[in-house]
Write a protein of this length. Structure first.
Length: 248
């Protein structure tokens, strides 16, 4: 899910556009080979600060300087950061979502994080709502950290939240039904449907904190947990090891 998505292949973008335009949206369905069908309440993509979970609120409080909001969706985090006086750029691979954010006053651009031609500098990279999921698979973490290095200013920070989904595989006796031969358990496939629009299948990554720290350290970053959420989720702050002595 890393190419720019055109409207006729963009269930979430269309749902965001409908809700922004009319104040209501149909069911945004989420399908996976690993889980039962689920639904994203579209109104939550427009939530205000008071309705955000603790990891997101903490991330917004920790943001500093010029901020890049990655996978910004409807722009709720960008709008709150702008309200706080930050210079914010929002990127998303959905053309429809970008258009909605622009209508809401956000400097939004249809940009793929993994596009090497995008090389502006930011003091904070924000990946909220499990934004690190766009990495897709742990084997892409090295590529991901190259992108982070390209975009961060000296002394800059990456703020991201994710979830440890091992609880899904836990038995009543505490043992785990995780097939280690099948790869990392946090790698999930999804697709979405909205009205008559069916999106392509994409890989999504839920990464536990210890695994995140491992890949961060391997790629020259320090990783600290800022807060735990209410359901196996957490907020992490990552900084370049080489920037350790630079005031932040």
């Amino acid at each position: 899910m890393n190419d720019i998505i055109v409207p006729d292949k963009d269930p979430m973008g269309r749902a965001i556009f409908d809700f922004y335009s009319t104040g209501k949206a149909a069911k945004l369905r989420v399908l996976s080979s690993m889980f039962y069908e689920d639904e994203i309440p579209v109104a939550t993509l427009f939530r205000s600060y008071g309705d955000m979970p603790l990891p997101e609120q903490q991330a917004l409080s920790l943001a500093k300087g010029r901020v890049l909001d990655i996978g910004a969706g409807a722009g709720c985090h960008s709008i709150e950061l702008m309200r706080r006086g930050h210079d914010v750029v929002a990127i998303d691979i959905s053309e429809l979502s970008v258009n909605v954010m622009r209508e809401r006053g956000v400097d939004a651009r249809p940009i793929n994080l993994f596009d090497d031609t995008f090389d502006e500098k930011f003091d904070t990279l924000l990946m909220a709502m499990n934004g690190v999921g766009i990495v897709g698979r742990v084997e892409r973490m090295e590529q991901f950290f190259r992108c982070v290095k390209r975009l961060l200013t000296p002394g800059g920070q990456l703020l991201l939240d994710s979830s440890d989904i091992r609880y899904i595989f836990e038995n009543e006796d505490g043992s785990m039904d995780i097939d280690l031969a099948a790869g990392y358990y946090g790698e999930v496939d999804f697709s979405m449907r909205y009205k008559n629009i069916k999106g392509d299948k994409f890989d999504w990554l839920y990464i536990d904190f210890d695994t995140l720290c491992f890949y961060a350290n391997e790629n020259g970053f320090e990783c600290e947990k800022c807060v735990d959420g209410e359901h196996y989720d957490y907020l992490a702050r990552l900084t370049r090891t080489a920037d350790k002595k630079i005031p932040v």
